[in-house]
Design a protein around this ligand. Structure first.
Ligand SMILES: [Ca+2]
Ligand SMILES: [Ca+2]
Length: 275
């Protein structure tokens, strides 16, 4: 028995399923700094040195407090007192994200705002800054900060860097770069501001819906086709899924694998009289 192409089908139902990636982060851990308590107790200078960071009033919001600097520096000015774990068994299953807000008020293209990961004096990574030539150490993410007088929010994925470099632990570091020895002006002290610094560890487990089951009640005098298309647009014709199905009077089901490259499909079941 074949279904006639010219005989109209009755549409029984239309539904859609999605195999969109769904990420289960589980329990995340984070460290955050908003500088509202007026304390830099969670921060230290370079080993053996004092830092020149200070908490100041946000130039654009007098009710907010932010991190800034009283002196120019290089090779890192202020560092988190805590070292954060970066590798070992954990690194294979976790995602590490750094986010912060940055404001640069200087009039120079580079006013010296830099953020990096510090492992040791011989191993450090500037991952974000206002001067591209200061972001050349591979394989850092190299996020160029915009010192254009307004706050910008940045989210930086550190996972690949930490894995590739096998970083066992690191501190976050910030500075108002002096540019000394580089021939590049670092602007003046105190024209860079950081706020809402957050380091988040996410469990890297993910789930995905990989199969759909379409079920419907059947009648013995009808035959059925299950059809699908990836989008409910007219330029996406319905495609028949599997062979014709003869009704049994009971509920029948078909299974469809959800391709990774096609995370959403719309389904419909059409019927015609048994011939
Ligand atoms: Ca703040
Ligand atoms: Ca500066």
């Amino acid at each position: 028995m074949r279904l006639s192409n010219t005989k109209a089908f009755s549409i029984l139902l239309i539904l859609f399923s999605t195999g969109l990636w769904t990420r289960s982060w589980g329990q995340s851990r984070s460290a955050s700094f908003n500088f509202e308590d007026g304390s830099l107790a969670s921060w230290i200078g370079k080993p053996g040195q004092n830092h020149s960071a200070t908490i100041t009033v946000d130039p654009l919001n007098p009710t907010n407090h932010v991190l800034s600097f009283t002196n120019l520096n290089q090779n890192g000015d202020i560092f988190t007192a805590n070292s954060f774990p970066g590798t070992g068994a954990m690194v294979s299953v976790e995602k590490v994200m750094l986010s912060f807000d940055f404001l640069g008020t200087g009039n120079t293209p580079n006013n010296g705002g830099f953020c990096g990961l510090y492992v040791s004096d011989n191993q450090y990574y500037w991952v974000a800054g206002t001067e591209p030539t200061g972001l050349t150490l591979p394989p850092s993410p190299h996020v160029l900060l915009s010192p254009d007088g307004v706050w910008h929010h940045y989210d930086i994925d550190l996972t690949a860097l930490i894995r590739q470099e096998g970083i066992s632990q690191f501190r976050l570091m910030f500075e108002d770069w002096s540019g000394a020895g580089s021939g590049i002006s670092g602007g003046v002290p105190g024209d860079v501001f950081f706020d809402d610094i957050q380091l988040m560890y996410h469990p890297g487990v993910s789930i995905r819906v990989s199969q759909m089951e379409v079920c419907w009640d059947t009648a013995t005098n009808l035959v059925y086709e299950v059809q699908y298309k990836p989008a409910m647009t007219t330029n996406n014709p319905w495609q028949t899924f599997g062979p014709e199905i003869t009704g049994t009077g009971s509920r029948l089901c078909v299974f469809d694998n959800v391709p990774v490259t096609e995370p959403r499909r719309f389904y419909r079941v059409v019927s015609k009289q048994h011939q």
